[in-house]
Design a protein around this ligand. Structure first.
Ligand code: ZN
Ligand code: ZN
Ligand code: ZN
Length: 342
């Protein structure tokens, strides 16, 4: 195909899909990485609990069990970007410079006792427990109305920002809605007001009609390469039934999500040789903030997985346009073929 501009319906941005820039999907297959931190004492391994900050939650510790008995732990980040104790005061320093105290929560979810485990390699049951803790932490933090938004994220690989190999994810609760979430909220609100339908539900419907970008599907979930993918092999996982708040997911759906997430990550791992990636969950903001009426009707929670295969350069910074050298249709085909190859 020749290159084309595609409108990102979730922001006001444009994506340049430019497969002519000499890149083939196979150009993105990663070289096998050496394990980082091997040999060093890992603060997330069982027995090293004193190396981590305050424990917020543990799963699987028997009553009267020792502190090194657990399946999963949530701890405060040792170098938090934001702190729960700080105060929430908006200061207008002058007309152009505003600031809020660094109030928030920064937590680390140590997903497993297995130092070399990976999210794709865990059993559905193990992954379920991780997702269950995500749900619980969002629910818990949203009881505090200072926290307007909880961003769950997972960095895998050094390039994606992971400083430790031991499987973990993080969350940051912030006193304001982050830019990307805000763009999605505004775009889906506008779509709902215009067409009286959820933008995400309609996206799923259109993708199912064409079936060129879907990589995996279960009864209640779908994994696809978005039409206006900003990055090569950008992959989203969405519930098919409309739902705005991730923390309201039912346990049986969580089990199904664990399965499709495992399959999706396995496809990316097989096709691209375990690429570094960032995974984020976009959910609705704290409902104690009622600024967005009807948000339960127009926003739709989802997971975005961004393999870190290309870097952002001056053109992207300058314009807010993204150049994606692999069309999402080609990426989907390549991922589906990897099932045959492996
Ligand atoms: Zn470890
Ligand atoms: Zn929807
Ligand atoms: Zn999103």
């Amino acid at each position: 195909m020749s290159s084309e501009l595609r409108k990102d319906p979730f922001s006001d941005g444009w994506i340049i899909v430019s497969p002519e820039r000499s890149k083939k999907p196979t150009d993105f297959i990663q070289k096998t990485q050496e394990l980082q931190n091997s040999g060093k004492k890992c603060p997330f391994c069982p027995g090293n609990e004193d190396e981590t900050s305050v424990e917020i939650r543990s799963v699987g510790r028997p009553q009267n069990g020792s502190k090194s008995e657990w399946d999963l732990r949530v701890v405060a980040n040792r170098f938090p970007a934001l702190k729960i104790e700080n105060s929430l005061v908006l200061k207008n320093l002058n007309r152009v410079h505003n600031q809020i105290g660094g109030v928030g929560a920064h937590e680390v979810i140590i997903e497993s006792t297995k130092h070399d485990g990976e999210l794709w390699s865990f059993s559905d049951e193990e992954r379920y427990k991780i997702l269950e803790v995500y749900r619980e932490r969002v629910e818990d933090l949203y009881r505090d109305k200072r926290f307007v938004y909880v961003q769950i994220f997972r960095n895998f690989g050094e390039i994606a920002g992971a400083s430790l190999v031991h499987p973990h994810s993080q969350l940051i609760a912030v006193p304001t809605i982050p830019k990307r979430a805000m763009e999605e909220i505004k775009a889906s609100k506008h779509f709902w007001e215009t067409y009286n339908n959820c933008l995400f539900c309609e996206k799923i419907y259109e993708n199912k009609k064409i079936n060129e970008r879907i990589i995996c599907e279960t009864k209640n979930f779908i994994a696809l390469e978005p039409f206006a993918s900003r990055f090569p092999f950008e992959t989203w996982v969405l519930p098919k039934n409309h739902s705005s708040n991730f923390s309201e997911i039912k346990s049986k759906d969580l089990a199904e999500l664990s399965k499709i997430l495992g399959e999706t990550l396995t496809m990316l791992k097989n096709a691209l040789n375990n690429p570094p990636y960032n995974l984020v969950i976009h959910t609705s903001p704290n409902s104690l903030h009622t600024k967005y009426e009807n948000i339960e009707n127009f926003f739709h929670w989802h997971i975005e997985i961004i393999p870190r295969l290309s870097s952002i350069a001056g053109f992207e910074w300058g314009t807010g346009f993204y150049i994606n050298p692999v069309s999402p249709e080609e990426a989907a085909k390549f991922l589906l073929n990897s099932l045959v190859r492996n």
